[in-house]
Design a protein around this ligand. Sequence first.
Ligand code: ADP
Length: 368
Amino acid sequence: MVTKEQVLDALKGVMDPELHRSVVDLGMVRDINIQNRDIQVTLALTVPNCPLRDQIAADAGQAVDVLDTDLNVEIVLTAMTEEERERMRQNLQGTRSQQSDLPAGNLNRVKTVIAVMSGKGGVGKSTVAAMLAVGLRRQGRRVGVLDSDITGPSIPKLFGVREAPTMSPLGIMPPQTAMGIKIMSINLMLEDEEQAVIWRGPMIASAINQFWNDVFWGDLDTLVVDMPPGTSDAALTVMQNLPVTGIILVTSPQDLAGMVVRKAAHMASHLSTPLIGVIENMTYVICPHCGERSALFGKGDSKAMAESLSTRFLGGIGIDPEMAKLADRGAIETYANEDFSELTAVVNEIVEAAPAAKSANRAGVAHG
Ligand code: ADP
């Protein structure tokens, strides 16, 4: 006869895949009912539609099965009560920070943070950030996109995500795209997407910090940060407060000698954040009639600029009406273009080489 204690002991080996704690420690075991060989275990999940519910149930079933091969094990899943969630939250806050009441920042394991910057708006920074995330996801990486372009957020629109983030005891849960990319943007918090965000510096800084500290990103190989354009205070906030692994600079052939890009590069070097490379957008256009490739804005000097900044040139991206159409429809994930392959490959190598993330990614916050 198997006892409740034995079942509980077996469940101690079942880990919540994102929180890296046992379901027992997390207080998720609501009930264990034993009737001869029938064992029913009720597990309370943090949220009813937890994406990991099937895995947790399967792991728990297997763990109990091991006790005796003749058992009929049933795992019943339910959701935590408000009280249970609060208890778990306090339990997880062993290493509570002074900036936040939410444990997310201490639980997230983000391996690399890649910031995508440009000198000015409209050069395709968000498009490049989105395509980088898509490219890495296609390689099987776990990816998130943090839209820190607070005053001109376009990431949710590109991915066709409108779902508002939900609150959980762990933190703000970012919605996921069709491919499973987690995204967070101020746009998802606004009732009306068109609502202009006219915020002052400190509020922007605090929103960015919150997107890092209070959002439950979980385990990510890469968090792509769509930066505010230029070298504003908001850009500085990201660079100072997030552990940025490296920066991608997006240019266009019309950039006037890339003055602002150079400023961005200098800012990066002052903060000792490595530049990964320069990618030029809108480099060429293909004539729909004859298929000829022409440099619409003339030959840019992005390659020379990359050299002068001692960083890599990651190639040029053509103007493609198809991409603009898919971006407008929120279907950027269905777009593929070889022009992004070098960028994806270079970042993928960085992810590969990076050391495994430790659980506390919490950044020191200077503003906010
Ligand atoms: P930024 O983030 O620098 O402000 P976006 O990525 O939002 O720029 O791009 C601005 C606009 O230009 C968007 O409508 C986008 O779809 C379009 N766009 C960007 N790059 C291309 C491209 N290579 N081909 C076609 N349209 C593009």
